[in-house]
Design a protein around this ligand. Sequence first.
Ligand SMILES: *Cc1c(COP(=O)(O)O)cnc(C)c1O
Length: 231
Amino acid sequence: MTEIKKRFETISSSIRQAESDANRAEKAVQLLAVSKTWPAEKLRTVAALGQTRFGENYLQEALDKIHALADLELEWHFIGPIQSNKTRDIATFFDWAQTVDRLKVAKRLNDQRPQQLPPLNVCIQVNIDNEDSKSGVSVEEIQPLAEAIQQFDKLKLRGLMIIPARHDNETAQAETFRRAFELYQSLQSQFDGIDTLSMGMTADRQLAIQHGSTMVRIGTALFGQRHTRQD
Ligand SMILES: *Cc1c(COP(=O)(O)O)cnc(C)c1O
C-alpha cells in the first residue's frame, strides 16, 4: 500500500471513530482534503482513492490544479482570504467559498457567478476568538451578512467556517468549538439549508468532531508535512 493510501485510510477511519465516540451519525462529518502546495498529480492519487472534495488557499495555484484535473468530477472549496480582485475566478471555477466575511465580497461573488452554473455554496468565516490577525466577521456581524447572502440568487448559504486561535489547553479549545456550534445552531434555526460547520484541522479534528463539526479540513495528516509554503 502506498504511503498516501495508508494516510487516507487512517484519516478516514479516525473520522468514523470520532463520529462514533461522539454518538454522531456515520458520515455526519465530511473530509475536505486541503491540498495547498501539493502538485496536481498528488491530488489525482487522492481522488483515485475516492476523495472528491479539495480545499485550496492560493488562487493561482488552485486554478492551475483545477485546470489540470478538469477530467475528474471534483468539488473545489476556496478556503484562503478573499480579496475583491479574486472574486471573479472564485465565482467561475469553485463550487464553494468558505471564507466570505464581508458584504462587498458576497455581492461580487453573486454578480460574477456564471448564470449557467448552480449557485456558489458559501460559508461565513467567523473570527471566533476575536484575533486581530485573522479574517472573519465578529459574532454580531453574522446575522446581517447571512440575511444579505440569502437575498442573492447565485449564492447558497451553507453555514459557518472557523479557524480558532491556538489554545494551549484542551478546555479553552473545546470552549471555542462549543461557542462555534451554538452560533451554527442559531443560524440553522433562522435560515433554511444550513448544514455545514467547517471546523477542525489535522491537530484538533477529534475535538472539533466531538463538538459538532460537519466538515474537517485536513492537510498535513493526509498529504504529509508541507515544505514549500508555511502557514
Ligand atoms: C492549511 C489549512 C488547513 C489544513 O491544515 P493542516 O493542519 O495541515 O491539516 C485547514 N484550513 C485552512 C483554512 C488552512 O489554511
